[in-house]
Design a protein around this ligand. Structure first.
Ligand SMILES: C[S@@+](CC[C@H](N)C(=O)[O-])C[C@H]1O[C@@H](n2cnc3c(N)ncnc32)[C@H](O)[C@@H]1O
Length: 191
């Protein structure tokens, strides 16, 4: 039976004890996002100004983002997750990419095409700060917009050189906490 890691503190404790990689290597099958409804709400309420026709669900988990795209009728999407790709493949019956943050940063990846959007939900805060610039920049080579869904202040990609926060939205959880949807793009040269 699946265990539900139903609050952030429980997950944070496990990250502390086992490390992020250790946690996901051991518990990939048990992962469930208790905030899925907020992810769904944010993706749906921003459909009018985001292009979901060729999406990459980066750090896909079980494919929470892909599930919403599917519900909205989109078919041309793909997930990537170096730990939970089995779950994703089971859920969608399509191959899942297996790229880690490290792979993207080091250029050890190959996308066969550009994406209309890349969404990284509840995951990029797990990437060490010192890697964020390369990760963000390399992802933005493959999509004009990188969308971050997060209940945290991090990742603050707006602090990175050449990266601009171009839109922000949020929904409130039942406990009154904000879950954000943030759109990042390469900043235009101003000279
Ligand atoms: C909290 S889950 C979020 C999953 C899903 N996107 C969601 O919104 O529920 C974080 C995800 O980040 C992935 N992850 C952890 N460390 C990673 C790394 N170094 N590189 C890429 N993905 C990683 C995990 O496998 C996990 O699926």
């Amino acid at each position: 039976m699946k265990k539900h890691f139903d609050n952030h503190n429980a997950i944070r404790l496990k990250y502390e004890n086992e490390g992020v990689e250790g946690f996901y290597s051991k518990h990939a099958d048990e992962y469930q996002n208790p905030h899925f409804e907020y992810i769904r709400q944010l993706i749906i309420q921003n459909e009018h100004h985001l292009d979901y026709t060729k999406g990459l669900d980066f750090c896909a988990g079980n494919g929470e983002v892909s599930q919403v795209w599917q519900e909205l009728g989109y078919k041309d999407f793909v997930g990537s997750d170096c730990f939970t790709y089995n779950n994703y493949e089971k859920n969608f019956n399509i191959p899942c990419l297996k790229y880690s943050f490290e792979d993207i940063i080091k250029g050890n990846f190959e996308f066969s095409h550009k994406f209309s959007v890349i969404i990284c939900s509840f995951a990029m805060h797990l990437c060490p700060e010192k890697w964020l610039y390369s990760l963000t920049y390399n992802l933005l080579e493959y999509s004009q917009k990188l969308v971050i869904i997060t209940p945290h202040k991090r990742p603050q990609l707006e602090n990175l050189a050449q990266i601009a926060l171009t839109f922000e939205d949020f929904v409130l959880t039942q406990k009154g906490k904000k879950v954000f949807l943030k759109i990042y793009e390469k900043a235009l040269n101003t000279f």
